[in-house]
Design a protein around this ligand. Structure first.
Ligand code: ADE
Length: 267
C-alpha cells in the first residue's frame, strides 16, 4: 500500500536514547519500508554558549531548572522547516492524555514534531508561541519526555497502513473496538494441564468469532467496566449480555430454591 510517510522529528537533549529505538522490530521495518520517517534533533546544537547550556534557574526562585527558550526555539523552527505540515507537540504531564483515538488521528496525519521537555519544564513562552498541542502519556511524572515520545511513535506506527504484517490486525486491537481484546492461545494444545478451549480447535469459524466476542465482553466487564459503559453496543453484544443476565438470574434462582431445601432439611 502506497501513501505518504508519517514524519516524526524528536527534539531532545538525549538523541542517543533513540538509536536503539529506531533499530528494532516494527519501528525499524516501518522506517525501512518508508511508512514512517523518523529523526532526532539535538536541542543542544542550538545553544550559542561555550558550555552548550539548555537549562537555567527559574525567575522568581524555587527549586529545579527550566529549559531555556532560545535553544528550544531554534530546534523547533529547524524541525518545522523540515516538516511544515506536522504538528508541534510538547511532551508534558500537563498535556491531554494520549489515547488510541489520538494514535489513530496521528497515523493518518503528516506526523509530529515531538518536543521532549526535561527538568521542571520548558520556558512558558515556548509553550505559548511555538507549540500546537501538549500531550501526556499518563498521570505520573517522568524525568523527561523521551519515553513518552517513544510510546507515541510506537503506538502510532503500528496503525500506519502497511506496517503491521496483516492489514486488519490493528482493527481488533483493544480500545479500537471499544472492548479489550479476546483471549489468545497458541501451541501446545495442552500446557501444564491446561487445555486450549475446544471451540478454537473446532474449525467452526462462526462459533470461534462468537466465543471471541464473548471473551472480549467478559474481560472488558471484569477489567475495564468503564469502557463497556462508554461503548455503543451492537445488537449481538446486547444479546450476549442479556443471555448472561438470564444465566446469572437462573443461578441465583436455583440457589434460593436450594437454600430453602437445605433449611427445611435441617429442621
Ligand atoms: N514528561 C514528564 N512526565 C511526562 C508524562 N507523564 N507524559 C509526557 N511527558 C512527560
Amino acid at each position: 500500500m502506497k501513501g505518504k510517510a508519517v514524519k516524526f522529528i524528536v527534539l531532545t537533549i538525549f538523541p542517543e536514547m533513540f538509536d536503539p529505538f529506531w533499530e528494532h522490530g516494527m519501528i525499524k521495518r516501518a522506517i525501512e519500508r518508508k511508512k514512517i520517517f523518523a529523526s532526532t534533533i539535538n536541542i543542544r546544537d542550538f545553544t550559542k554558549d561555550k558550555h552548550r547550556v539548555t537549562d537555567d534557574r527559574p525567575y522568581g526562585g524555587g527549586s529545579g531548572m527550566v529549559m531555556k527558550a532560545e535553544p528550544l526555539a531554534g530546534a523547533i523552527r529547524a524541525a518545522q522547516k523540515k516538516a511544515p505540515l506536522a504538528k508541534t507537540v510538547l511532551l508534558t504531564p500537563q498535556g491531554r492524555c494520549f489515547s488510541q483515538n489520538i494514535a489513530h488521528e496521528m497515523a493518518s496525519s503528516d506526523g509530529a514534531i515531538l518536543v521532549c521537555g526535561r527538568y521542571e519544564g520548558v520556558d512558558e513562552r515556548i509553550s505559548h508561541h511555538l507549540i500546537d498541542d501538549e500531550m501526556s502519556i499518563g498521570d505520573y511524572v517522568l524525568t523527561g519526555g523521551e519515553l513518552g515520545a517513544m510510546i507515541i511513535i510506537d503506538a502510532v506506527t503500528r496503525l500506519v497502513p502497511g506496517t503491521l504484517g496483516s492489514e486488519d490486525s490493528a482493527e481488533n486491537d483493544s480500545f479500537s473496538t471499544g472492548l479489550l481484546e479476546h483471549a489468545h492461545y497458541t501451541r501446545p494444545r495442552s500446557f501444564e494441564g491446561n487445555d486450549v478451549p475446544d471451540v478454537l480447535i473446532s474449525g467452526n469459524h462462526k462459533e470461534i468469532e462468537k466465543w471471541r466476542l464473548e471473551t472480549s465482553l467478559i474481560r472488558t466487564f471484569l477489567k475495564r467496566r468503564d469502557l463497556l459503559e462508554k461503548k455503543s453496543l451492537s445488537p449481538q453484544e446486547i444479546d450476549i449480555l442479556k443471555k448472561w443476565c438470564l444465566d446469572i438470574e437462573k443461578i441465583i434462582h436455583d440457589q434460593s430454591l436450594r437454600g430453602s431445601d437445605t433449611s427445611s432439611g435441617t429442621q
